[in-house]
Write a protein that binds this ligand. Structure first.
Ligand code: HEC
Length: 123
């Protein structure tokens, strides 16, 4: 190979390498713009803390600490502190006590949110 040929050849190699390096950059498609998902209906978002404050706190205390009108909920519960157990109490109430059933006054979704909220209280 003559010197001239070598120079041309190496120039071609450099050019080829530069092109190869540039290809992935060019191939990178721009990230698609985020498409907004469906907004949850207002009724789908239940603020359990607000619900608790409005419906339960007067008897069970703001933080579940209890009042003279209701047992502490942020404590080991007589009927169990699972979501299932609390849901049942909310649905049936405790007969003969001020703990009434909320099955007619709250929706199943609200009961479920409240049960989850009570079950998650620190105890
Ligand atoms: C009028 C007062 C009052 C209101 C309002 C009230 N409770 Fe009660 N609740 C009580 C009383 C009193 C008891 C205990 C009944 C008993 O066993 O003697 C009780 C018991 C419970 C228990 C069972 C506790 C255990 O140890 O197993 C749960 C859970 C509970 N309430 C949750 C709630 C939630 C959640 C709300 C709001 C939706 C609520 N309560 C509203 C008075 C109330």
């Amino acid at each position: 190979m003559s010197r001239m040929t070598v120079r041309l050849f190496s120039r071609a190699v450099v050019a080829a390498l530069m092109t190869a390096a540039a290809v992935p950059l060019l191939a990178q498609a721009p990230a698609p713009a985020p498409t907004p998902g469906p907004r949850p209906a207002a009724s789908a978002t239940i603020d359990a803390a607000k619900l608790y404050a409005a419906r339960c706190a007067m008897c069970h205390g703001k933080l579940g600490e209890g009042t003279p009108m209701g047992r502490p909920l942020a404590a080991p519960l007589m009927n169990g502190a699972t979501v299932e157990a609390v849901t049942e109490i909310l649905e049936t109430g405790i007969e003969g006590t001020p703990m009434v059933s909320f099955a007619k006054t709250l929706t199943p979704a609200q009961l479920a949110a409240l049960a989850k909220y009570v079950a998650a209280m620190k105890r």
